[in-house]
Design a protein around this ligand. Structure first.
Ligand SMILES: [Fe+2]
Length: 388
């Protein structure tokens, strides 16, 4: 079985398992140090829509996250579930478009075909970019790469830089930065999420993250992996610091986001040239790349061998991207400190709860009312971020 061979042959897989167990232990026994929702409730209308969606979704059984990472579901089954869910959401709530951003049509096609797109027109001015950097350095932050994994209290940025690989922020602190709010609530992002997901999106997670320069070791999401928490999810990523290939950019293996696309780029002859020390199965088939142990974490040499020509270094020159994060991707190791904004949209749920954490305390609508309207569409989309 691939999982045993991966454990035996790849020290990085063994390290991943060790860290995973530590994380699970932390989630189970350590207290969260961020403010969280004790009992997440939405307004009555939204609750009703969510109940209808859940009652009608027949294929809603999924493996629990840690098990799912070992025995990933068959990509054909996943697609079937995904399509059923999209159609049920569409039956229950229509996305109302205020402005039709027709220039985003090509970007949508890019995401559907390649798995990602570059969003040149979303670039902000370099003054605004510097302002995000300067302001975020003055706000206390957590020592984790995701805010919902914080088991220690916030500390000044300078302290985290000295002792941690990462820093991340509370939602209520992120929205204090006006330049970030303008991006987060930009209706074009929502429109792209709608077009690429195929139904009204759910704001799934938000993070402002600093990655500090390390000794070049690959840690956590800096290894190739698929994000499999949700049936379908797209990430908007904006890098505010300067990045280039080999220095904190983002790596995406294009056309690996669904079985059909991956089958077209798969070269069966690569089975003959793989170094035996990295081989985890004789004659790998396209489907095997969706059931890799631990969603691919720790298997960089294997993925690089089969998909070398499709590895793209993106997120350079401060151009934001939108990616389907079911395709293989990784954060590049930064040679300089890197400040990045991540906005996740999915079919349902929230990233903290899918990862076994508690939902972060939402922001009162009044704090962000200048950026977007209070209507049913927005109450549904932003329900995990904003308390209306
Ligand atoms: Fe990821």
């Amino acid at each position: 079985m691939m999982v045993f061979k991966a454990i035996i042959k790849y020290p990085s897989v063994r390290k991943y398992i060790f860290n995973r167990i530590l994380n699970l232990f932390s989630l189970r026994f350590k207290k969260f140090k961020y403010k969280y929702e004790e009992n997440l409730k939405f307004d009555t209308h939204v609750e009703k829509i969510l109940k209808n969606i859940s009652d009608n979704f027949k294929l809603n059984i999924r493996l629990k996250d840690p098990i799912r990472k070992i025995i990933e579901a068959n990509p054909i089954d996943l697609e079937k579930k995904m399509n059923e869910k999209i159609s049920i959401i569409n039956d229950n709530l229509k996305y109302k478009i205020k402005t039709n951003f027709s220039d985003l049509e090509n970007k949508t096609i890019d995401v559907l075909e390649k798995g990602y797109t570059l969003l040149d027109s979303f670039k902000i001015s370099s003054e605004d970019r510097l302002s995000v950097i300067t302001k975020s350095k003055k706000i206390d932050c957590y020592n984790q790469h995701c805010n919902y994994l914080a088991h220690e209290t916030k500390e000044p940025w300078q302290i985290q830089k000295q002792k941690s690989y990462y820093a991340s922020y509370d939602l209520e602190d992120i929205v204090k930065i006006d330049e970030l709010c303008k991006i987060i609530f930009d209706p074009r992002i929502c429109d792209l999420a709608y077009k690429t997901l195929g139904c009204i999106p759910t704001f799934y997670g938000l993070n402002l993250r600093w990655s500090f320069h390390t000794d070049g070791k690959l840690i956590g999401p800096q290894q190739f992996h698929r994000d499999i928490e949700n049936l379908k999810c797209v990430n908007f990523i904006y890098n505010f610091t300067e990045t280039n290939k080999g220095d904190g950019s983002h790596i995406y293996v294009q056309r690996t986001h669904n079985l059909n696309s991956l089958s077209k780029i798969f070269d069966v002859d690569k089975n003959l040239s793989i170094d035996p020390k990295y081989q985890i199965k004789n004659n790998m088939s396209p489907k095997d790349f969706f059931t890799l142990p631990f969603s691919g974490y720790g298997l960089n040499p294997l993925i690089e061998h089969y998909f070398k020509d499709n590895i793209k270094y993106i997120l350079n020159d401060n151009i934001p991207i939108l990616e389907n994060n079911y395709g293989f991707h990784a954060a590049d190791v930064p040679m300089n400190d890197r400040c990045v904004l991540l906005i996740h949209f999915a079919l349902s749920g929230s990233l903290p709860s899918a990862s076994g954490s508690k939902d972060i305390k939402r922001i009162p609508y009044n704090n962000v009312s200048q950026y977007f309207d209070d209507n049913l569409n927005n109450r549904y989309i932003y329900r995990n971020l904003v308390k209306f």
